[in-house]
Design a protein. Structure first.
Length: 611
């Protein structure tokens, strides 16, 4: 009798496995048929053709990322994904601009604004690439109906800015504003237990305060002054205008606007923010006059888009040189275990570094960081692999993108050389733990937790009060974690503990401030980091290779054609109610993601909200 249930269960599992395999085959078949149909449909699009003198048109519509996340094909098709706008790979954008500068088939660059999401450091990278393109003598145009702050920053690098008479230039300044839940949680009888070391470590203030603390305001204001000063200085120099024009208070703005009869577009023209007021029709005519019509269809502009151009110039083969510089991207919140492409996992990202260590062709590694931190345990797993690379005789150069703070700084600290960009957000050397309990809320609705256990620890529950002794234990562990952090930085950066502690305390810094404080070695972008890695290994001739997570065939297919077919897929508008809900729930969603086994985090929330 004992065997029959076992045989029956095995039979049921076999049937389930067969059904699941059949389902996957059918789903994949439908998926490839659908995308194949879309690919065939759009393959004849004139945008994919590249004619002499064509305009390279860059649609700045999406979030600029260091590494693309995995895509769900059905969410993409149905538009049901709530993960945000489409992703544009920064490396692809920079590569296309640099290639176009020397490509005789490209007659000029045309920028078109959209819902652009990018940190200031990434905008600097793109702006620098536009400057390099302009050295070719080819024109750069920005054609817009509306220019928000990020798009206007890139527009300032153009030779000419054309704006629709019905549009405007919208420059608001920079701010860090957060929602605070202390009173709401008190009314819901939810108890928040915060443990931290570092007076500036303000991640959990949303739960424990009713407003921003004085230390948080001090640090955030200094950071914003650095970032905003860089923004206004660059734009003013690019446009040859006074930076005060970008810093008008509301009273001054209303006065200037009144001088132009309330016309924002005319005000932008007269103050030098833009060069021309053109209707969309006039903009199109101007492009035809500059670049001409397609030979295949005289009604179509001689032009090509980003993805179409990459299809012509991007190498398709993997590097095979015996001397390679490996690039490992660490982007997103640092979480435990295996994490998909476009995120950081303690195991998965450490594996990429180990792959570089075990590959004899990889002579040095550039660790490109775009992260505000996360799990302390996962951060340490990654750092250990950095040390193992160095022990294997392979230098590691850290290259900080928009953000490399808290856990993001932890994984960079031991690098042989650290590069930040002027507007990188870094530092946040501190540590926190946050535990939420619901014993009072449960009691209010008649729910209680009771039982027996062999130890006091066995009875710990979110439905029971935290014992004071447990709080002391956790705080002691937090103190050790902070001491480990400043010890690590002191040893890695050749600083005294007192020097590190003075610039730590969870405070965030701009890249330029971090250089002055000794937290980084040099200001520069990814290419400078690659060149330094090559110099450390005395390589004159080498290839670059991005070492990334292996994608499934479906994901590789999506990455190749997503940009081409996306315009044909349905889009979904996000309502103001959804935006409000996302703002209210964002901190709780992040807290639910965090999974450190000790509940200890090196995380900089303000780093993300300031982008």
């Amino acid at each position: 009798m004992s065997k029959q249930p076992s045989m029956f269960m095995r039979f049921i599992k076999l049937i389930g496995s067969l059904l699941n395999t059949f389902r996957r085959i059918v789903v994949n078949l439908v998926f490839f048929i659908f995308l194949g149909f879309l690919l065939v449909t759009v393959s004849g699009d004139d945008q994919a053709k590249l004619e002499e003198g064509a305009a390279l048109i860059l649609e700045l519509d999406g979030i600029i990322v260091e590494q693309k996340r995995q895509l769900d094909p059905f969410e993409m098709i149905t538009g049901s994904s709530s993960d945000g706008p489409q992703e544009i790979l920064l490396a692809d954008l920079l590569f296309a601009i640099d290639q176009a500068a020397a490509d005789s088939r490209i007659g000029g660059l045309v920028l078109r604004p959209g819902q652009l999401v990018a940190g200031q450091a990434k905008l600097d990278d793109i702006g620098n690439a536009i400057d390099r393109f302009k050295q070719s003598g080819k024109p750069v145009l920005m054609q817009a109906g509306w220019l928000d702050q990020r798009n206007y920053y890139l527009a300032s690098f153009a030779d000419e800015i054309q704006l629709n008479p019905g549009g405007m230039v919208s420059i608001e300044g920079m701010g860090i504003y957060r929602l605070y839940y202390k009173e709401a949680l008190a009314k819901l009888k939810v108890n928040t237990h915060l443990f931290r070391v570092g007076k500036y470590k303000s991640f959990a203030e949303s739960y424990t305060e009713q407003g921003m603390s004085a230390p948080a305001k001090e640090a955030n204001e200094a950071l914003l002054n650095d970032l905003w000063g860089s923004y206004t200085t660059t734009v003013a120099q690019n446009r040859n205008i006074e930076s005060a024009l970008l810093n008008m208070d509301l009273e001054h703005l209303s006065s200037v606007l009144a001088d132009h009869q309330g016309d924002f577009a005319e005000m932008a023209l007269q103050t030098g923010l833009i060069d021309q007021l053109y209707t969309d029709i006039q903009m199109r005519e101007d492009l035809f006059a500059r670049f001409g019509a397609s030979s295949a269809d005289k009604k179509e502009l001689r032009a090509i888009g980003l993805n179409g151009y990459l299809g012509h110039v991007k190498p398709m083969l993997e590097p095979n040189s015996e001397d390679q510089i490996g690039i490992v991207v660490a982007k997103g919140t640092i979480l435990n275990g295996e994490q998909p492409a476009g995120t950081i996992g303690g195991i998965s990202t450490a594996r990429l570094l180990r792959e570089a260590r075990q590959d004899d062709k990889i002579k040095a590694v550039v660790l490109r960081i775009d992260s505000g931190g996360g799990s302390a345990y996962a951060s340490e797993q990654i750092r250990q692999e950095v040390l193992a690379l160095q022990e294997a005789g392979k230098p590691v150069v850290a290259s900080m993108g928009s953000v490399a703070a808290s856990g993001g700084y932890w994984i960079a600290a031991n690098a042989d050389h650290i590069y930040a960009q002027t507007n990188t957000i870094t530092g946040s050397i501190g540590i926190i733990s946050l535990i939420t309990t619901f014993e009072e809320a449960a009691e209010a609705i008649g729910v209680s937790a009771d039982g027996v256990g062999t130890t006091e620890m066995a009875g710990l529950s979110v439905l029971r009060p935290l014992p004071d002794s447990f709080k002391r234990i956790l705080q002691l562990n937090m103190n050790k974690g902070y001491q480990d952090f400043i010890d690590l930085v002191a040893n890695a950066r050749d600083m005294s503990l007192e020097e590190v502690d003075a610039v730590a305390q969870g405070r965030v810094w701009s890249g330029s401030a971090a250089l002055e404080l000794g937290l980084v070695d040099e200001l520069g972008g990814l290419q400078q980091a690659i060149d330094t890695a090559a110099a450390l290994t005395q390589l004159d001739d080498f290839e670059q290779r991005v070492i990334g997570p292996k994608l499934s065939p479906e994901q590789e297919f999506l990455q190749h054609i997503f940009g081409t077919v996306q315009a044909w897929l349905p889009s979904r508008d996000v309502s103001s109610i959804e935006i409000l809900a996302q703002q209210l729930l964002a901190p709780f969603q992040l807290q639910m993601q965090l999974d450190d086994p000790k509940h200890i985090y090196m995380l900089c929330l303000e780093c993300e909200t300031s982008l």
